[in-house]
Write a protein that binds this ligand. Structure first.
Ligand code: MN9
Length: 294
């Protein structure tokens, strides 16, 4: 039976010690914390994990720890995207060997590849690792929009099971899902989760899920039971939090929010700037106001 990839996934941060070394004990604790919050799966090694600031060995180690610690309790999607094919294939094969449920990737970045080259990259990842794929579309970071133009043909490939739609263009999400009925849409911007649901998404992958999964679970539940005003009310709370965090620097703000939840994730690698004391206070206040922390 094929796996149902719908649901709520935190995009896990990478806990780090003061010197920058990965904090493996905190990572294990994070996995348990997320599963206890009721998430449906874990997204490993994505943007929130600072994947493009990690070495290949670090990315492999993180995937191993998460897969081992979660031990089949929830689905695990490992982001294996890299600047080029070879490293991404190595990470994808490694994800397969260690029991991941799917791989995921942004398109190859930095060089301006042709549509043909980008599609070949994805085909290599899927075929050489023998894994299903979640396409990670995040045009604001990559400069490539996977839901526009001929590149959309990729969604017809039988191994492409989901789209992580980190874009606020909901029309494109709805069209791609409508043209590919078996494709699962997973919303990427937490602040637009309800809009994504209303245009066909069946779940989400997000950074702020890490410390407030119950809010996203509640939005989905309210939406699915036709309580749209309730869903909108909770989305409003989420957005007040997201707004503050984005202003402070979202990845460091997520790490700080996890610290307030009892898991010390440290700070992000440079050039990300740590939160100022003023920003920490703002983040803490908005989390308290919206009942995420006591
Ligand atoms: O993985 C995240 N995307 C990025 C998803 O950070 C690029 C989101 O969860 C955002 O952090 C969040 C704030 O904009 O929606």
């Amino acid at each position: 039976m094929s796996i149902d990839f719908s649901g709520i996934y935190p995009a896990l941060p990478t806990p780090m010690k003061a010197g920058g070394e990965i904090n493996l004990e905190a990572l294990k604790k994070l996995v348990d914390f997320e599963i206890d919050q009721g998430v449906n799966g874990l997204y490993v090694g994505g943007s929130t994990a600072e994947s493009f600031l990690l070495t290949e060995d670090e990315r492999k180690k993180i995937a191993e720890i998460v897969l081992n610690q979660s031990a089949g309790r929830v689905k695990v999607i490992v982001h294996t995207g890299c600047g080029g094919t070879d490293a991404a294939v190595r990470l994808s094969k490694h994800a397969k060997e260690n029991g991941a449920d799917a791989i995921s990737s942004v398109p190859p970045i930095y060089f301006k590849y042709t549509t043909e080259e980008i599609i070949a990259y994805y085909l290599d990842l899927m075929e050489l690792s023998d894994m299903p794929l979640v396409v990670y579309n995040i045009p604001a970071f990559t400069g490539i929009n996977m839901t526009q133009g001929p590149i959309k043909e990729l969604f017809k490939h039988p191994r492409v099971l989901a789209l992580k739609h980190t874009n606020t263009n909901m029309y494109e999400l709805e069209r791609v899902l409508s043209h590919n009925p078996s494709l699962i849409g997973l919303n990427g911007y937490d602040e637009a989760f309800l809009s994504g649901l209303s245009m066909g998404a069946k779940g989400m992958i997000g950074s702020t899920v890490n410390f407030m999964a119950p809010k996203f679970i509640a939005i989905k539940k309210a939406f699915e039971s036709g309580q749209n005003l309730e869903a909108f009310r909770i989305q409003g709370q989420v957005n007040e939090i997201v707004e503050t965090m984005v202003e402070a620097g979202v990845f460091n703000a997520v790490k700080y929010a996890m610290k307030l939840q009892g898991i010390d994730c440290g700070i992000c690698r440079g050039p990300f700037k740590p939160l100022t004391d003023h920003d920490k206070k703002r983040v803490k206040d908005v989390l308290q106001k919206n009942l995420v922390i006591a």
